[in-house]
Ligand binder design. Structure first.
Ligand code: FES
Length: 169
C-alpha cells in the first residue's frame, strides 16, 4: 500500500487477491489446502481476517480452516520477514557445524527461537530438518535460494548483501 492510500483501499486489494485465489480454485472447499498455500504465498503468512474470509467463502466453519492452518507446520499464523532464512539442522548439516551459523545469524539480527522475526519484518530465521541437499552441508535456504557449504562468515555476508540491496534507492 502506498503512503497516500487510505487504509480501506489496501484492505480492498487484500481481499481482491483472496477473491482471485478462491476463483482460481472454483470456491471448492476440497481445495482448502491449496487455497491456503496460495494465500500464504501472497501474504507470507495467513492473516486471521483472511482465514475467516476464506472460511465464509468456502462455506466451512472457521474452526476447521484454523485447524488445518495450525495442523500443518508450513503454514504461518504470524507475519514472517521479507527474507525467510532457513538453516538446516538435519544430521549432516549439524555434523558440519550448522549451530555456529545459527548463532551468528541470531546474534546479528537480534532474533531468537522464540522471536524469529526482526521487528521491521525484514528477516525471519528458522531451523528446518534435512533440506535434501546433504552433499552441500551445511545448507541454508533464503526464500527459494539454496546456499551450500555455508560458514558463519558467509551467512553474515549473505545477510549484509540483502541489507545493502534493501537500502539501495
Ligand atoms: S541434513 Fe541438511 S540438507 Fe540434509
Amino acid at each position: 500500500m502506498s503512503q497516500a492510500e487510505p487504509a480501506f483501499v489496501g484492505e480492498g486489494r487484500r481481499f481482491q487477491r483472496v477473491c482471485d485465489i478462491l476463483a482460481l480454485h472454483q470456491h471448492d472447499p476440497a481445495r482448502l489446502i491449496p487455497v491456503l498455500q496460495a494465500v500464504q504465498h501472497e501474504y507470507r503468512y495467513l492473516p486471521a481476517e483472511v482465514m475467516a474470509y476464506v472460511a465464509t467463502a468456502l462455506h466451512l466453519p472457521p474452526a476447521h480452516v484454523y485447524g488445518v492452518a495450525t495442523f500443518y507446520s508450513h503454514f504461518a499464523l504470524v507475519p514472517k520477514g521479507k527474507y525467510v532464512v532457513r538453516l538446516c539442522d538435519g544430521t549432516a548439516c549439524h555434523v558440519k557445524r550448522s549451530e555456529p551459523i545459527l548463532q551468528a545469524l541470531r546474534q546479528k539480527l537480534r532474533v531468537s527461537a522464540a522471536k524469529p522475526t526482526t521487528p521491521d519484518l525484514m528477516f525471519t530465521v528458522e531451523t528446518v530438518s534435512c533440506l535434501g541437499a546433504c552433499g552441500l552441508a551445511p545448507v541454508m535456504l533464503v526464500n527459494d535460494t539454496v546456499h551450500g557449504q555455508v560458514t558463519p562468515e558467509a551467512a553474515l555476508k549473505i545477510v549484509d548483501d540483502l541489507l545493502t540491496k534493501e537500502e539501495l534507492p
